[in-house]
Design a protein around this ligand. Structure first.
Ligand SMILES: Nc1ncnc2c1ncn2[C@@H]1O[C@H](COP(=O)(O)OP(=O)(O)OP(=O)(O)O)[C@@H](O)[C@H]1O
Length: 247
């Protein structure tokens, strides 16, 4: 499929997406529940009636202890998993009810993901890692080159562009992953414990970079963390306890 066709398909899909619920709400949930059946026949209620609103152009943090439900929630918000009950409203429609193909398109064109373990291609340079996703999406060379350089510059890695992951620090590798995530200009970035494997100073640096992307480029970012030192930097914090949002 050509890039133009891809763009058209995405446009058609999102023509129906008008400004959602509130003017500034990009994503929201209604009474979201997620149960997991486990081997012995019992059920874990990982999420219980979650109602949250994610504001456009802000950094939202989901915090909570291990097992509180952060990953389960961010996976459902990012259309990687479906709830047992409830809705996820994105762009004014309930994305839990869409076909897998439509959910794939939303993930591909509208969303981006940054995970705890960075998962860069070890044989590729920072530049090639960022370029790779754009190449798969069939962007023409000039645009790919421009965006790749821009994104690496915006995460402060212009001098590391042609280094391989093994030649970079953990924080630098995570910044490459962030550059890769922002390259296709997603509406929203989901970051699940992106700082968990970094030392405190580097972790703070990555979160400040998120804050910068939000302030400078009006990106919307949702990140999970169990680290209380991160929360001051967020525009909005939701705390999860045992599958519920608490004040
Ligand atoms: N696939 C699964 N099958 C069964 N139970 C699960 C599954 N995934 C998650 N759970 C359970 O759901 C609850 C929430 O898990 P989740 O991974 O969302 O927590 P978390 O806050 O992200 O934890 P951590 O910070 O340790 O990653 C936990 O009790 C967990 O054991």
């Amino acid at each position: 499929m050509t890039n133009a066709v891809d763009e058209m398909r995405a446009k058609t899909l999102f023509d129906v997406i008008k400004e959602p619920c509130g003017m500034d709400t990009i994503l929201s949930t209604e009474n979201l529940c997620r149960d997991f059946k486990i081997g012995d026949g019992s059920v874990v209620n990982a999420l219980k009636n979650i109602n949250i609103e994610i504001e456009k152009g802000k950094l939202t943090i989901l915090r909570g202890r291990s097992g509180s439900g952060k990953t389960t929630l961010i996976n459902i918000l990012g259309a990687l998993d479906k709830p047992t009950k409830g809705k996820v409203m994105f762009g004014g429609r309930d994305i839990t009810r869409l076909s897998e193909r439509a959910r794939d398109d939303i993930r591909r064109y509208k969303m981006a993901f940054v995970f705890q373990s960075v998962a860069l291609m070890s044989g590729m340079t920072a530049y090639e890692n960022v370029d790779f996703g754009l190449r798969l999406a069939k962007y023409p060379y000039e645009e790919r080159d421009k965006r790749t350089r821009e994104c690496l510059r915006s995460v402060g890695l212009e001098k590391r562009m042609f280094h391989r992951p093994g030649e970079m620090s953990g924080g630098e590798q995570q910044r490459v992953a962030i550059a890769r995530a922002i390259a296709h200009k997603p509406d929203i970035i989901f970051a699940d414990e992106p700082t968990a494997e970094l030392d405190t100073a580097t972790a703070l640096h990555v979160v400040k970079l998120f804050k910068e992307l939000v302030a400078r480029d009006e990106m919307t970012i949702i990140m999970t963390t169990h680290d209380p030192s991160m929360i001051d930097i967020a525009d909005k914090v939701y705390t999860l306890e045992d599958g519920e949002i608490v004040e």
